[in-house]
Design a protein around this ligand. Structure first.
Ligand code: PEP
Ligand code: MN
Length: 265
């Protein structure tokens, strides 16, 4: 069980240092599932920043279930994230899938995301543990809390103390109405077990944009430190995860509603 104070993860961004942790306002990471082109990523970045987000998310390397599905634009998408960072000053969160891309991703990312499918990839965890950028560690879709915490331990034990745990929904027996079961019970459970900051991702957690606002609000009520919300300027045309993406207008409304419950910005 946990001993001592909550730790904080401090992430320098062009707009200033952002603090993740129990003692700080809720940090919001928002943006599209995938980086599709310069106009969409820069436009989305401006909109989510105006709404109150501190970080832009966007995938360059996408871990798709099907090898025939869109795999992300790779290194060229990293350049577009750098352009969006430059245009807005937002920090960048993007996923690393392959250790071979670590230096390219670390060059532009302010936080490196390890996706649910790689939570058990111990050699990748050791590599992100042996570099300085903070790591967002998503829970594997069938990972127990102990397995998830041990995955975090791999990063910590390799020398990187800056780990944020992200719940993104676990496999469900009833995928008819929601893609996953968002396990909000991790909030009190993790609080009792770990000092690490916690993020909730209701977008992957539900798979449906219409369910995202209520789950984001519930996560705040249950004490989350941060949220990840997928936002796309035209969800119907998104190359990945359109059905779970909010429009910038809906995201803006959600952040306003969230700030009634907790300190968001
Ligand atoms: C994502 O964040 O777009 C993603 C692929 O998430 P996860 O690893 O949780 O499925
Ligand atoms: Mn996605």
């Amino acid at each position: 069980f946990r001993h001592g104070e909550a730790s904080e993860v401090v992430v320098p961004t062009p707009n200033g240092d952002v603090y993740f942790g129990e003692r700080h306002p809720i940090v919001v990471v928002a943006g599209p599932c995938s980086v599709e082109n310069e106009a969409m990523i820069v436009e989305t970045a401006k909109r989510v920043k105006a709404a109150g987000a501190q970080f832009l998310r966007g995938g360059a390397y996408k871990p798709r279930t099907s090898p025939y599905a869109f795999q992300g634009y790779g290194e060229s998408a990293l350049d577009l994230l750098a352009a969006a960072r430059e245009a807005t000053g937002l920090g960048i969160v993007t996923e690393l899938m392959d250790a071979a891309d670590l230096s390219a991703v670390a060059k532009i990312a302010d936080i490196i995301q390890i996706g649910a499918r790689n939570m058990h990839n111990f050699s990748l965890l050791k590599k992100v543990g042996a570099q300085d950028k903070p790591v967002l560690l998503k829970r594997g879709m069938s990972a127990t809390i102990d397995e998830w915490l041990m995955a975090a331990e791999y990063i910590l034990a390799s020398g990187n103390p800056n780990v944020i745990l992200c719940e993104r929904g676990i496999r469900t027996f009833d995928g008819k109405y929601a893609r996953n079961t968002l396990d909000l019970s991790v909030l009190p459970v993790l609080r009792s077990l770990t000092h690490l900051p916690i993020m909730i991702d209701p977008s992957h957690g539900t798979g449906r944009s219409e369910y995202v606002p209520s789950m984001a609000m519930a996560a705040i009520a249950a004490g989350t430190d941060s949220l990840m919300i997928e936002v796309h300027p035209n969800p119907a045309k998104a190359l990945s995860d359109g059905p779970q993406s909010l429009t910038p207008d809906k995201f803006d409304r959600l952040v306003q509603d969230m700030s009634v419950l907790g300190k968001v910005v």
